[in-house]
Design a protein around this ligand. Structure first.
Ligand SMILES: [Zn+2]
Length: 387
């Protein structure tokens, strides 16, 4: 038997791997694989296309249906430009808080899931515990879909998926989805004194950006659906957060590039909003091409995260409420992998230790109290799976 590690000790190890999304997470995955192998558990790796990163999943307990998935991500956001008082990649305990990048979002939950393994083995589970650790969550939930598809193929179906994003151990049953598009407007350069013979990419792009304003105004004015009403704001939003383009004040701009992001309420999908965007793009493009046929607007999807829809009599919700004692209604506006599990047929909720306000911040921390609350939650889960 390997040396028994507490959740806190595992957290120390996980935080020490600087798994910023742009870098490889394989050293962490190696460590987890070895840890699980120490208990005789074979993990399955799901590598990304170029093999530089991987997700990993494993099952503890009998190979039967009705188990529970504990889902976390292994990557963290960068620390550059942030004023940290401690080394972000060393867990530092101070005044009841565990400081370090990822302690809250969400290696704390990953550590809880891994620390549960020896307990689950000792408890003699009747239904399995499935652990799912993804890569590239922070750059648009890119890694999870391939992992979830493999889990569906290789493992007996689980009754519930608990996604441990920070929620202060509250049961979050819904979140918005999001969809991002890189938009490249290609114009035609002429001197601005004869602008009627050119196509100014910035001024055409501005029409599309103002269309986003109109979408927001229209959605705000409409009566929200029952599903949307619990969100803040209770409608789908369109947003442009960056823009580049142009070379001089007196040249019609050849290029204008900006992202268009939608945050969509449950009941609406990223795909629907892509179609609505493309319809407007085609309308503007036709007018541009009437002046210069070589101009146009390219729209490239950069990410799409499905919303998490509150389930009617959902198994994951019932389980998480029973384990946490939380019976209030909570929805959040940040996206998670929960919608991706749900889209693939799993009952899913978000429930994990820590406060989302800490995520991505300098001096990110997880309180010791929240880590312990998470431990109690997982202990009750193991009891439930052994019943
Ligand atoms: Zn996260």
């Amino acid at each position: 038997m390997p040396q028994l590690l507490s959740a806190r000790q595992i957290l120390d190890r996980l935080v020490a791997f600087p798994t910023i999304s742009r870098d490889s997470n394989l050293a962490l995955v190696d460590w987890v694989e070895e840890y699980l192998a120490g208990y005789g558990i074979t993990a399955t790796r799901v590598p990304n296309e170029d093999g530089t990163k991987a997700s990993l999943f494993a099952q503890v307990g009998p190979d039967v249906a009705g188990g529970v998935i504990l889902s976390g991500h292994t990557d963290v956001v960068p620390v550059e430009g942030q004023a940290w008082d401690t080394d972000p990649f060393v867990v530092t305990e101070r005044d009841g808080r565990l400081y370090g990048r990822g302690t809250c979002d969400m290696k704390g939950f990953d550590a809880l899931a891994l620390a549960a393994v020896p307990k689950a083995l000792a408890a003699g589970l009747k239904r399995p515990l499935q652990i799912a650790l993804s890569h590239d969550e922070e750059v648009g939930c890119v890694g999870a879909p391939a992992m979830i598809d493999r889990m569906r193929r290789d493992l007996p179906p689980a009754a519930a998926a608990l996604i441990g994003e920070p929620s202060m151990m509250k049961v979050v049953t819904g979140h918005k989805g999001s969809a991002g598009f890189r938009t490249h407007v290609r114009g035609f350069e002429v001197h601005s004194s004869i602008l009627d013979q050119g196509v100014n990419a910035i001024m055409q792009g501005a029409r599309l950006i103002d269309w986003c304003n109109a979408v927001n105004a229209r959605n705000r004015a409409a009566d929200p659906s029952a599903l949307a009403a619990i969100f803040e704001p209770p409608y789908t939003t369109a947003h442009v957060g960056q823009i580049t383009g142009g070379t001089a004040h007196n040249i019609t701009a050849k290029d204008c590039i900006f992202p268009v992001d939608f945050r969509c309420v449950p009941g609406e999908t990223p795909d629907q909003w892509e179609e609505i965007l493309r319809t407007e793009v085609a309308r503007i493009e036709a007018e541009m091409q009437a002046i210069r046929p070589e101009t146009g607007i390219e729209v490239t999807p950069s990410f799409a995260i499905p919303p998490l829809r509150p389930e009617t009599d959902g198994a994951a919700e019932a389980l998480a409420r029973r384990l946490s004692g939380d019976n209030a209604t909570h929805v959040v506006s940040y996206g998670t992998e929960a919608g991706q599990f749900q889209e693939r047929g799993y009952s899913a909720v978000v429930c994990g230790p820590g406060d989302i306000a800490q995520a991505h911040q300098p001096n990110e921390f997880l309180s010791v109290e929240q880590l312990h609350a998470g431990e109690r939650f997982i202990d009750r889960l193991i009891d439930a799976l052994a019943e």
